[in-house]
Design a protein around this ligand. Structure first.
Ligand SMILES: Cc1ncc(COP(=O)(O)O)c(C=O)c1O
Length: 477
């Protein structure tokens, strides 16, 4: 017998085994719900009269089941407040197949890459935009929306990208997505629609994105990276590639900027083969020492799908990004988006549109840029002060932009594992270069330091832990 009944407005699904009889069946169903934590400690159960009526049982049967579970310690009965689920912290260990309750979190220092300082999210300004945008929104903003995204946001993004990144963007060419990852998946799916597709991706690069491309139906080809960024000079030797995905502003994870000659080669490849460049403008907003490099899309709009995201500027939790798309891909991309999830959620889009139009986005990025630049300078000062002769110290790459640097470790050691274990011993998380290569093998050693991740007040202690870990491995080397 499957039954659901509302407990103070909350539905609970119960599986009552008729073979056990009424009372024992109800006891067993309640016990299972409590042990699996579907009924959590403190939940008040319905009065016996109401539950009996809902389940078609006698009141005595329900009272009997409650009494039994009170006797077993699953429930508490109180004259004033009725029957409730008891505090049972010990239960998780003896529920088959259930992970035990997580141990209390040790406060780790977090210098992993790929994350902005979540504590710096501009809550007040965001709320102001949300209030303005949702107050002005017509009722149909809460109905199904446009698969391309809200016109307000596409217009705001087009103006912003033209102004700040040199992107040739028209609102009609923009598709709003749930961040970069969805844009990459949809573009790949479009490429793979008419037969086998291959996407060349930077090596090293983001392993997660390689998997996204594979799952969307394409083959991944490794495109090596050196200190001029992706080796676009090699593309002519690749047998058949439909698209090349690059992080030209600040290569992930080496931090190099794509050299102008390589940018030209990439565009020439796209023009001569009708291939697609997927430009991941990762970290494009955070450039510290020189004027930002404009987007490649600005030089070849019909050959480049330009993709941006607010994951680094505001926060990945928002799941908001955009593709500026060549004309030939627009219809299939919009269809792919529509069949994936109709469209990105509308209230967040309208809020972001207001946030951009009111220049709160520019202000937030400017403030963040200054903060991250200061953090980067503090990090570099610490790295310069490491012990040992310069030739034995790690070289630092990718300092000009973004929220991370790469420390490449000299061949004679210490190794990546040495540094990561010294860090772990100090409750410090860093990024490893190891998992970012396409194939396992004998690769250069390095660790990635994301200086965007901690909150302002946590950053100095994270730097202390890093310095201590590096002092230890380099002092010992
Ligand atoms: C290389 C790179 N690009 C883009 C992103 C942002 O992805 P999304 O917009 O899906 O959060 C990340 C996130 O860590 C990343 O590592």
């Amino acid at each position: 017998m499957r039954e659901s009944w509302p407990i103070f407005g909350v539905d609970l699904h119960l599986e009552i085994d008729p073979a056990l009889g009424r009372q024992r069946g109800l006891e067993q169903a309640l016990r299972a719900a409590i042990r699996s934590r579907r009924l959590v400690s403190g939940t008040r159960l319905p009065a016996t009269r109401r539950l009996a009526a809902d389940l078609g049982l006698s009141r005595g049967t329900v009272r009997g089941a409650y009494d039994q579970l009170v006797a077993e310690g699953y429930l508490t009965a109180d004259q004033g407040s009725g029957t409730a689920v008891a505090q049972l912290p010990h239960l998780s260990a003896d529920v088959p197949g259930e992970p035990s309750a997580p141990a209390p979190e040790v406060p780790w220092h977090d210098l992993r890459p790929g994350r902005p300082d979540a504590s710096a999210f501009p809550v007040t300004a965001w709320l102001r935009s949300a209030r303005r945008a949702l107050t002005a929104a017509p009722a149909d903003a809460y109905a199904y929306g446009d698969p391309r995204g809200q016109f307000e946001l596409r217009t705001a993004v087009a103006a912003y990208l033209g102004r700040t990144r040199g992107v040739l963007a028209h609102p009609d060419r923009i598709v709003i997505t749930n961040g970069y990852v969805q844009a990459l998946a949809l573009l790949t799916r479009v490429l793979a629609e008419n037969g086998p597709a291959t996407v060349a991706m930077e090596d090293p690069g983001a392993a997660f994105h390689r998997e996204v491309v594979r799952r969307a139906g394409a083959t991944v080809a490794p495109l090596p990276v050196d200190d001029r960024g992706a080796r676009t000079d090699l593309l002519a030797t690749f047998p058949s590639v439909d698209a090349v995905e690059v992080t030209p502003a600040h290569q992930y994870p080496t931090g190099h900027t794509l050299h102008p000659a390589r940018r030209r080669e990439l565009v020439a490849w796209a023009r001569s083969t009708s291939g697609l460049v997927i430009e991941n403008d990762y970290d494009g907003e955070f450039r510290y020492d020189r004027h930002p490099v404009g987007a490649i899309q600005g030089t070849a709009a019909e050959h480049v799908a330009y993709v941006g995201t607010v994951s680094k500027t505001l926060g990945p939790a928002l799941r908001l990004g955009w593709v500026v798309c060549p004309r030939r891909l627009l219809t299939p991309l919009v269809e792919a988006k529509q069949y994936d999830d109709h469209h990105t959620e509308v209230p967040g889009q309208l809020t972001l549109a207001d946030f951009i139009d009111s220049h709160a986005y520019d202000r937030h990025i400017r403030t963040s840029r200054l903060r991250y630049q200061r953090r980067r300078d503090q990090l570099l000062a610490r790295l310069r002060a490491l012990p040992g002769p310069p030739a034995r110290r790690p070289a630092v790459h990718g300092i000009a932009a973004g929220l991370h640097v790469l420390l490449s470790l000299p061949d004679q050691g210490p190794t990546e594992e040495d540094v990561l274990s010294a860090a772990a011993a100090r409750a410090l998380r860093l990024g490893r270069l190891n998992g970012r290569w396409h194939a396992s093998g004998d690769h250069p050693q390095g660790v990635i330091i994301g200086y965007g991740t901690p909150s302002e007040h946590a950053y100095p202690a994270a730097l202390d832990a890093l310095t201590d870990a590096l002092d230890c491995v380099y002092g010992a080397a």
